[in-house]
Design a protein around this ligand. Sequence first.
Ligand code: ADP
Length: 448
Amino acid sequence: MISKVLIANRGEIALRVLRACKELGIATVAVHSTADADAMHVRLADESVCIGPPPSRESYLNIHQIVAACEITGADAVHPGYGFLSENAKFAEILDAHGITFIGPTAEHIRVMGDKITAKQTAQELGIPVVPGSDGEVKPEDALEIARKIGFPVLIKATAGGGGRGMKVARTEADLEEAVSTARSEALAAFGNDAVYMEKYLGKPRHIEIQVMGDGMGNAVHMGERDCSLQRRHQKVWEEANSPALNVEQRMKIGQICADAMKKLKYRGAGTIEFLYENGEFYFIEMNTRLQVEHTITEAITGIDLVHEQIRVASGGGLSVRQEDIVFSGHAIECRINAEDPRTFVPSPGTITHFHAPGGLGVRVDSGAYQGYRIPPYYDSLIGKLIVHGRTRVECMMRLRRVLDEFVIDGIKTTLPLFQDLIGNQDIANGDYDIHWLENYLASKTDA
Ligand code: ADP
């Protein structure tokens, strides 16, 4: 059993995990950098430990300090949240060696899914549909032959990739040589590894991901999908569940494929299997072996607390639900509220002079922000998530419009006005968008 959890994260997700622990009667330890001494998760935790100066490398990514904080406080488990050390296999191993439970999958599964080529091969072996492409790494001299086999346009991707870097499209044979060499040099600069592979380039896909949860002993369930097509620079901005593009049969079919794959893998914990979706087909792109920012919309439509489940399976207690117990009810939308200029997306750290979160039926605000809180400039700019639930998509959108009008965050710039714009857009109202929609929309506004 887990009796004390150290939360190796900050911001809204640290608070999210803390809330789940409190509900389960588990003691909490917050860790924080000197820049976060006043943070909400630090104030609400049972104990807190300062683990270093503001730069993440020296604090939230500092494994030694975090392990030491566990030993000082007697924490018997660590929840890594998302980002930071959440997909660091070495961290999971080190905790294991110290007899501390990592609330997440095995180090081996983190490693397999962390390498793009191994992840894709594994997915394919597990029966998950993947994007047609090269079998593994592509050498420049073989690129043309492989591209002809796949068919143009093709996408060159870094095997060590992340954040969309080291990715180049070749639309025709004439573009190929340059695309391969640019992708390789970008990959070398960003990841210290110039290996690339090749995939068919999909023109207008949606991003649809499946939430899975396994007990590590061969039981696994899926909790439906999230549509995260509305992105800017590969960063998700607005997510919804269910996807406006899927019907029940499609949902249950792809969901079951993913759940079956996780059973075969004996996967433990929460995971997300990400797909591009085009013309009725799913194409695996990657698996995230952690809780995701947008897990909240899955919670809204299933009523299941994913962090409770993570803690249960990490302590060997198994899943609290069987597949047939999981019922999808209504529609949920999450808006990511960033401390950024809503037009230029330049970060806007500073002090929040006035903060009023909306409320009412079907409304959830996950945020560590409060009146007087000073947003430090060192970390990512997500300051809160607004999640709205309704019985239908239309009801959810109506509620979102009302809630956006109620939300007040003064003293800094935020992306709230962007959502006020989107809620009035006809394509959004129709659910008619792909992964390029938002960037095109933003570009059209700047031109106008
Ligand atoms: P990263 O880890 O660098 O974020 P991903 O494989 O997750 O790389 O891809 C990031 C994004 O790039 C996807 O969300 C999608 O927008 C685009 N992308 C990836 N693969 C393809 C593809 N085969 N065709 C078209 N777009 C793609």
